[in-house]
Design a protein around this ligand. Structure first.
Ligand code: T68
Length: 830
């Protein structure tokens, strides 16, 4: 469509608008003051930091909107194949700093503000953290959106606009308490409400037979309808005009809702009932990896999937007369199984609404979906009880049964009467309660199944999805995860960013990460090393101040900052870390004065949220606090050892902590972390890794070299055997001793920690802390030795950054675009 601007014409319109917004400091200043007065509605002579943040954000938002419009117009004109990234979780964190960096207006904003008497950094700190996700999976989605925009791919993200994000973690007497995160309280300048983009989403009811055009078909008569309203979040690329969209859906009562109550005159109750519709998008489920049987969770999944597909199909039909081209124009990416009902939903739309018939519909469906799985734990695979499905989505259940029937028939032809294998592969799990296995549905109906690291892929092939791999080996691939260097170096570590650009003589690495490898040449250059160390020191100072504010503990900058930040889970083994700290403490206590002089001082930092219902994880947090209380108040130990827990870990906290770390721990029991992406952020920031050979670590070893890391512990293929031996092999004495200290109440709370100790002893040590303990301590000792040799340490640190290029999400996304989605860049002209 051409220009629709009324009678005045395009040129006059531009004149009136004064062209595009300008990015010099004066123009920015004018815009900021304009927004202070007319958007924030404060006097331009009196506004505070938060109001200045709001006005600045709106000024940045205006610029995002211009680019967003141009990009969408361009996509529309070119009509390329588009990727739709479906994810129930996005951990975006803050948007201001990221946006100004990607728009290339950071310095201009800072200058504009400073003349107005404000400091850019202070304003950036005013922003809350958008935490619409749990952990790795959700932050990965955010990093991938940044790469999709930067690399000019015609892509959109779809998700849910939760009113409550991931709970806030409060620590009271060392115990975790959860508080609601009502993140929208202070407004959200980064979203655009689209009151006119809304779709009805149906639930419950029953299915009837009907005849359309002389052909039998099914009609779903819903029992409830809820309206999905779009909120658009512009995602700007770096060094490009392209700005893509993250469309999040909010639930609103539908107009047709409960008409009967109105008619019966029960006006107040009718309104109250209407309001209940909003519950669907109220709250993000904290990941306890067991949503089985939760009706609201299923409704959330279907709600966002149904609205997204209606939107996608409408956009497609605007341009295309029939569905033949659909697979050439649309790629649908399933971020884990959470959006997988979209398979049945697309099938339903094509069958029941477009009347394309089974064969044609199925032929389309199986060409458009790709599925990425993020877990190795079989118990984390989603299942939905058939009864629940039947009640909430009766027509979808029928369709899934039909898909399964066809699949089982095909399978029998291939493998014969191997009933055990047929039962394992069936989408429907038979048993006391019948379940839909969502992963099986996703594999059967997707053209590609991706793992998130090579090790993960091997486990998928040989264990988790072995039956499916043997049937369709060509479907299985992997794309090792990556993180965006824009957020994790440029935004969060500006000093390092400047240093890298200075030594490379260019800042092109921000878009072309492979250039980082050239730092290797200078790894032993003493000038670079000096500057490198200075940058680390500045970041450690910032972190030390934060630690003191949050926990009251003063830490020495000469100490090695040793960090483990991630969700708390037994398999991630924060407990191993704490037991290691206890061992270190115990050793120091038993040293004489001279021996103590040789100890490398450490600040051990742990942070992360435990799922609210996960008792053992919560006990680990409490243990950390109890041990910290003892160590940090022991004058005997002083600066030689500190243990601190950083509360309410989130994206913004990570941005502060990672640049200030010397060493970071990624110590999951081998074979349990599908990939891990925290390690990549530390690596980029020149922080050394102490890690097990799990998930993506194996690939990091290939890039950095084991000699520049501290690798320990059992390998993936040793874990099963070790587990069988566990009850017969004695745990090392050091291990027995530290566990006994906890068990016998050295740190207090003896009764409370009993069940935690029980997970480690008497053959129950499932995550193999005992059998990995000795080699863990060796790796820690090696880190101490390396830290003393500053030259060596700096060289290793530089080599970490230099070797991190492979772990940019730019590489991951290019791989997906080419091998899984079949999409090409579509660059909006400047
Ligand atoms: C993580 N998974 C993996 N899941 O644990 C991690 N799960 O190894 C990997 O690097 C990362 O995904 C990215 O691929 C998760 O974060 C969840 O958060 C989750 C949420 C709901 C239900 C199940």
């Amino acid at each position: 469509p051409g220009f629709v601007g009324g009678k005045i014409g395009k040129d006059r319109m531009f004149e009136l608008m004064d062209g595009f917004l300008k990015n010099d400091p004066i123009s920015l200043q004018k815009d900021i003051l304009h927004h202070v007065e007319y958007t924030v509605a404060r006097s331009r002579f009196s506004f505070d930091d938060f109001e200045a943040y709001q006005a600045l954000s709106h000024s940045v938002r205006d610029r995002l909107i211009e680019r967003w419009h141009d990009t969408q117009q361009h996509f529309k004109k070119k009509d390329p194949k588009r990727l739709y990234f479906l994810s129930l979780e996005f951990l975006m964190g803050r948007s201001l700093s990221n946006s100004v960096i990607n728009l290339g207006i950071r310095d201009q904003c800072a200058e504009a503000l400073s003349q107005l008497g404000f400091e850019y950094e202070v304003l950036a700190e005013q922003e809350g953290d958008a935490a619409l996700g749990n952990g790795g999976l959700a932050r990965l989605s955010a990093c991938q959106m940044d790469s999709l925009a930067t690399l000019d791919y015609p892509a959109w993200g779809y998700g849910l606009r939760y009113q409550y994000g991931l709970f806030r973690q409060i620590i009271l007497d060392g115990f975790q308490l959860e508080q609601p995160d009502y993140w929208l309280n202070f407004g959200n300048p980064w979203e655009i409400e689209r009151v006119h983009v809304s779709y009805p989403v149906k639930f419950y009811g029953n299915v009837k037979e009907d005849v359309v055009n002389g052909k039998k078909c099914k009609v779903w008569i819903p029992g409830e309808t809820v309206e999905a309203v779009a909120y658009d979040n512009p995602i700007p690329g770096y060094g490009t005009r392209n700005t893509i969209n993250l469309r999040l859906w909010a639930a609103k009562p539908s107009d047709g809702y409960d008409i009967e109550s109105y008619n019966t005159g029960d006006y107040i109750n009718a309104i109250v009932n209407r309001q209940k519709a909003e519950i669907i998008s109220n709250v993000l489920y904290p990941d306890d990896r067991s949503y089985q049987g939760k009706e609201l969770r299923l409704k959330q999944q279907y709600f966002f999937v149904s609205a997204s597909l209606q939107d996608i199909i409408r956009r497609f039909k605007d341009v295309h007369g029939n569905f033949d081209d659909f697979p050439d124009k649309v790629a649908l990416q399933l971020n884990d199984t959470h959006p997988s009902i979209s398979i049945a939903e697309l099938m339903r739309v094509l069958l029941d609404e477009e009347h394309l018939g089974w064969k044609k519909s199925w032929n389309i469906v199986k060409q458009v979906f790709s599925f990425t799985t993020h877990t190795v734990l079989p118990e984390a695979l989603e299942k939905v009880p058939v009864d629940l499905f039947q009640n909430v989505l009766p027509r979808h259940l029928e369709i899934i049964y039909d898909i399964n029937y066809a699949f089982m028939e095909e399978l029998k032809k291939k493998i014969g009467q191997d009933y055990a294998r047929l039962a394992r592969m069936s989408i429907v799990e038979e048993g006391a309660t019948k379940n839909i296995r969502v992963a099986n549905l996703s594999i059967v109906c997707s053209h590609t199944v991706d793992g998130v690291s090579r090790a993960h892929y091997e486990l998928l092939k040989t264990r988790v999805f072995k039956d499916f791999y043997e049937l369709w080996p060509e479907k299985f691939q992997y794309k090792t995860n990556g993180v965006t260097q824009r957020r994790w170096i440029v935004v969060s570590n500006p000093s390092l960013c400047a240093l890298i650009s200075k030594w490379l003589g260019t800042d092109s690495w921000i878009r072309d990460i492979d250039l980082l490898a050239r730092l290797r040449e200078y790894a032993s250059n003493s000038d670079l090393q000096k500057e490198w160390m200075m940058v680390k020191k500045i970041n450690k100072m910032r972190l030390a101040e934060y630690i003191e504010t949050m926990s009251g503990v003063k830490v020495s900058l000469d100490a090695m900052f040793d960090v483990q930040i991630k969700r708390i889970h037994e398999y991630k083994r924060q407990l191993l870390n704490i037991l290691g700290v206890i061992h270190r403490y115990d050793c120091i206590k038993n040293m004489d004065k001279n021996e103590r002089k040789k100890v490398v001082p450490r600040v051990c930092i742990i942070g992360g949220k435990a799922p609210p219902g996960y008792e053992i994880a919560k006990k680990i947090i409490k243990l950390c606090h109890a041990v910290a209380e003892t160590i940090n108040n022991d004058d005997d130990v002083g600066d030689l050892l500190k243990l601190v827990f950083i509360p309410d870990y989130n994206v913004s906290v990570a941005e502060l902590v990672i640049p200030g770390s010397d060493l970071s721990q990624h110590i999951s029991t081998a074979g349990h972390e599908a990939s891990g992406t925290g390690s990549m952020k530390f690596l980029m920031n020149g922080c050394l890794l102490l890690a097990t050979a799990d998930g993506s670590t194996n690939e990091i070893i290939e890039e950095i070299g084991a000699e520049n890391m501290f690798i320990f512990g059992a390998k993936i293929n040793e874990v099963l055997t070790l587990r069988e031996q566990d009850s017969t092999v004695e745990a090392p004495l050091h291990f027995v001793r530290v566990v006994r200290m906890v068990r016998e109440g050295y740190f207090g709370f003896k009764d409370y920690f009993k069940s935690l100790c029980d997970t480690l002893e008497n053959g129950k040590d499932f995550y193999l802390l005992g059998s990995d303990f000795a080699s863990y301590l060796e790796a820690q000792a090696a880190a101490d030795i390396a830290y003393v040799d500053k030259k060596k340490w700096n060289e290793m640190s530089i080599l970490c950054t230099a070797g991190s290029a492979r772990f940019s999400s730019d590489r991951t996304i290019e791989d997906y675009a080419e091998k899984t989605w079949g999409i090409k860049p579509c660059k909006c002209p400047f």
